[in-house]
Design a protein around this ligand. Structure first.
Ligand code: BTX
Length: 244
């Protein structure tokens, strides 16, 4: 069912009933020179996760990609992933769902036995050494439960009704304020974090790091206290993070 957007979001909204991937569409718009556009689809047929993984995207979800051209060096772009996680967590909270952020890019709903994955974020960019040309922040939030993989959950498992227009509107408004105020991202992120204080095992592309996750540092690195001292893990290097 089409989502009617009439609330005047801070981004122009391009809505599709079905797309292979909203990130792929936003990248096309980037190549055409567009900016400040949010691509929204009811369904994705080829949704993508990080590191070439897939993202299952049945009809009725919130599949959204925000294209912007922030004045940031590429090394600072991970702050936008954290900003999107905060924006999505707060929109979920407003919808009555207790979503927590698992570093670097997932929203989980804590459960008695295990935490279930509510949302994921895939950030892509292009740029020069000192400034990004464009960034696409793709955010997928499960709404309905049918068709989701094992370990996943949707907003409707935790609340009676979700107005996707309002959800997207709140998310975009919050993202809009945070992208102009990177200093505000970290404290807000900490407020919603699930990972901080946990013992974790982080698999990176080259290494395995085990210890207590003690903090997150600008522009998004996780600080892990290991037996050998503090180690910083960059968002792009993380393949898996699990409780240890
Ligand atoms: P990720 O690599 O952290 O997570 C992908 C993994 O999560 C998959 O390998 C699978 O195990 C699991 N998974 C797949 N689909 C779901 C789902 N619907 N709910 C929970 N778990 C799932 C996370 O990548 C980043 C996902 C970004 C998705 C958005 S949707 C809008 C935009 N367009 C697009 O193609 N991707 C982004």
């Amino acid at each position: 069912e089409a989502i009617e957007f009439d609330l005047g979001a801070p981004f122009e909204i391009e809505y599709h009933d079905s797309l292979p991937s909203t990130n792929a569409r936003a990248r096309e718009l980037a190549a055409e020179g567009a900016t400040d556009v949010a691509v929204v689809a009811d369904e994705q047929t080829g949704g993508r996760g990080r590191l070439d993984r897939g993202w299952v995207s049945p009809p009725g979800g919130v599949w959204l990609s925000v294209l912007c051209r922030p004045d940031l060096p590429p090394a600072h772009a991970p702050i936008l992933t954290l900003a999107a996680a905060v924006a999505a967590a707060e929109a979920a909270r407003e919808a009555g769902v207790d979503a927590r952020i698992k570093w670097p890019n997932d929203l989980l709903v804590p459960g008695a036995d295990s935490d279930e994955k509510l949302a994921g974020i895939l950030t892509e960019m292009e740029g020069e050494a000192d400034r990004v040309s464009w960034v696409v922040v793709g955010i997928g939030i499960n709404v309905r439960e049918d068709g989701l993989p094992e370990g996943a959950t949707g907003l409707l498992a935790h609340t009676d009704a979700v107005d996707r227009r309002i959800f997207v509107q709140r998310l975009l408004e919050r993202f809009d304020t945070l992208r102009d105020d990177p200093k505000a991202v970290m404290p807000a992120w900490r407020d919603h974090a699930l990972t901080l204080g946990q013992r974790v095992r982080v698999e990176t592309t080259t290494d395995e790091i085990v210890g207590e996750a003690v903090d997150v540092e600008f522009p998004g690195s996780l600080v892990v206290e290991t037996d050998d001292g503090r180690v910083r893990v960059h968002t792009g290097d993380c393949e898996h993070l699990r409780p240890a």
